[in-house]
Design a protein around this ligand. Structure first.
Ligand code: FAQ
Length: 326
């Protein structure tokens, strides 16, 4: 932070002012411990979500109904691996090693998005995940392109561009199914019925029950509240469902002329808190899959670090040889 400030101002106050003036915080800047901790928590959870989020979709790669849909799904899943990597790198700039973050995921200490603890039962679920889950992710993540921490905001710009392709991939599947045979339309409706409420829950607890929101918004980490984003998402998605000729499974969903938004029914918060506590339909399966992948990949990590050690020994030797020849 290099902006001129009065001498009587504490370093904490300088930081608050720096952020309030819409400056980006960079790894070399001083920052309060709590700011650092909040970012590591949020960015690492986000990274874990991308990586765990590959699992429900990978389930369908071998069963995609055409070569075209298989290629697109494969590319989408690879993008998500990439998002995980950018995000782990962004979190590492805050001083937490990647091994620690991954260990926290594998031992159940770290959270990842509730949405990925639901099963993908039919091909229509690939449509619903792309349309609804990526749609919700975009609604939440566009604001993160302007988050106050530089490495996170820069990672999000690229991630959001890719997410919008993902959303279109899902919408295309839903469009084909909903304009298809009666059976295909029923399949699309069934996927919407199962994914609607979990996608609405993705935005997190309501504002009056969100312990981290107020401080994160003061620090410009979050730019909009959970409820604001949820409402934006619902307003946008209802129109898309109408276009598809599908029905959102909420009998209380109704346009409100006064507010200019849709009113919607009660969210089942018991289900949400149950899923994030580890008791969703697929929590155990997801963690077991990540643990297996981690164990199966041990030889790759060993080989990479043996190679890195060999390279650094070689470099040292070359430098010593040059020094003695000089
Ligand atoms: N699931 O006080 P708040 C994607 C936790 S990526 C699980 O409101 P905050 C791409 C929260 O961590 C999807 N836990 O917390 C893709 C906190 O617990 P903690 C992921 C949740 O941080 C698509 C507690 O509840 N996106 O989908 C959830 O201010 C398709 C209290 O909550 C991101 O991570 C939840 N849904 O706001 C991949 C975006 N919601 O940590 C594959 C970045 C809340 O104190 C296929 N993250 N919790 O123990 C964020 O924007 C925020 O962290 C929120 C939560 C909005 C998720």
């Amino acid at each position: 932070m290099s902006q001129p400030m009065g001498e009587s101002i504490s370093i904490e106050e300088r930081f608050e002012a720096f952020v309030a003036e819409e400056n980006r915080v960079e790894p070399k800047h001083w920052m309060p411990d709590a700011y650092r901790k909040t970012l590591v928590r949020q960015i690492s959870q986000h990274a874990h979500s991308e990586v765990v989020g590959m699992l429900p979709e990978a389930n369908w790669i071998s069963r995609a109904p055409s070569l075209r849909s298989k290629l697109i799904l494969l590319a989408k899943v690879q993008d998500e691996a990439g998002h995980g990597l950018y995000l782990y790198s962004a979190a590492e700039t805050l001083g937490t090693p990647r091994e620690k973050m991954i260990d926290d995921l594998l031992t159940g200490k770290a959270k990842y998005s509730s949405i990925f603890n639901y099963p993908t039962l039919t091909w229509a679920d690939m449509g619903a995940v792309g349309w609804l889950v990526d749609g919700a992710a975009i609604a939440n993540q566009v604001m993160l392109c302007r988050t106050s921490y530089g490495p996170y905001s820069r990672a999000m710009v690229r991630i959001c561009k890719e997410e919008s392709f993902h959303q279109r991939q899902g919408f295309e599947i839903m469009m084909n199914l909903s304009k298809g045979t009666k059976g295909q339309k029923e399949m699309a409706q069934d996927a919407l019925n199962r994914w609607w409420w979990p996608s609405v829950m993705m935005f997190g607890p309501s504002d009056d029950n969100s312990p981290n929101s107020a401080q994160s918004m003061r620090w410009r980490i979050k730019r909009k509240s959970n409820d604001e984003l949820r409402q934006e998402y619902i307003d946008k998605t209802v129109k898309q469902a109408e276009y598809l000729g599908l029905t959102i499974p909420d009998k209380d969903l109704k346009w409100n002329e006064d507010t200019g938004h849709y009113d919607f029914g009660e969210i089942d918060w018991t289900e949400f808190f149950d899923v994030i506590a580890g008791n969703g339909p697929c929590n155990a399966e997801r963690i077991a899959a990540r643990q297996k992948a981690h164990n199966d990949g041990a030889w790759v990590r060993d080989a990479a670090s043996a190679y890195a050690k060999k390279q650094s020994r070689r470099k040292k030797l070359e430098e010593e040889t040059q020094d003695s020849a000089a």
